[in-house]
Design a protein around this ligand. Structure first.
Ligand SMILES: [Ca+2]
Ligand SMILES: [Ca+2]
Length: 259
């Protein structure tokens, strides 16, 4: 355990150094190009400046505001823009970053993952593995509309880098977040004292009940499964009318402002 942990930390440091060098090289290149879109470019410049400063800690991922994360999701070395209005994972958007530091058009995660009409796509993005590349947890479910909740038709932990066209990952594994109820919200949380982001899941559990379940990320880079002990410590339950509160500051716990 200790040895695994130490190797992992060394690996993280090496990754950070590599990223730092990549960023330095990239910034030198960027200085001689002259991208046109001023507004978008200024956000990107800020992000890249912050990236150098944060590289050793979190792979350069940073926040432009409480619900907008800048980080590399597809692993091409260019920072991408992830929007998460409400910090609840239900309206997440992605804008892919280009070499010149600009961001492309806004895609909804719902469209990218191919959720159908009547289905709800919910996602959470963070570097769960703490290896410098952002990862995603995604659920697709068709709400039952009645008392008995549906479980997710797709529920996965997708380690980055993700495919630009459909957000798939060659290393995707099933996650049980969508097996315990009808997923309504997903939020990043910091539930224990390690550097790995955790997950809060708001479920419709049927019969008028709503739960906040938790999933703790594991030091080996996986997202833990349902854990009764962790749930007892960090979870909560409520009714449909008064659902348990969800964390809104998860990203802030792990990522610094870009500016
Ligand atoms: Ca990228
Ligand atoms: Ca990662």
């Amino acid at each position: 355990m200790l040895r695994t942990r130490r190797s992992r930390l060394i690996a993280s440091s090496l990754t950070a150094v590599t990223l730092g060098l990549t960023v330095a090289g990239y910034q030198a290149g960027a200085a001689v190009t002259s991208p046109s879109d001023g507004a978008v470019k200024s956000v990107a410049s800020t992000a890249h400046t912050a990236q150098a400063a944060n590289a050793a800690k979190a792979g350069g991922t940073c926040l432009t505001d409480a619900t907008t994360l800048v980080g590399d999701l597809d692993g091409d070395g260019n920072m991408d823009l992830i929007g998460n209005p409400g910090h609840n994972g239900t309206k997440m958007t992605i804008q892919w970053g280009a070499k010149d530091g600009s961001f492309g058009k806004k895609h909804t995660v719902k469209d990218l993952v191919g959720a159908g009409k009547g289905e709800v796509a919910t996602a959470a993005v963070a570097d769960f593995q703490n290896d410098g590349t952002l990862d995603m947890v995604v659920s697709i479910v068709e709400p039952s509309g009645g008392d008995d909740p549906n479980t997710s038709s797709l529920s996965e932990f997708r380690p980055g880098p993700l495919d630009r066209t459909d957000l798939t990952s060659p290393d995707a594994v099933h996650s049980d977040v969508g097996d315990k109820g009808e997923v309504q919200q997903l939020s990043i949380a910091k539930y224990n004292d390690d550097e790995f982001p955790d997950l809060a899941v708001r479920n419709n559990n049927g019969d008028g009940m709503t739960n906040r379940d938790v999933r703790l990320s594991q030091p080996d880079g996986t997202l833990g499964e349902y854990d009764g002990k962790a749930n007892g410590q960090y979870g909560d339950s409520g009714t449909w009318g008064e659902p348990p509160a969800m964390p809104k500051d998860g990203w802030k716990q792990f990522y610094k402002p870009c500016a």
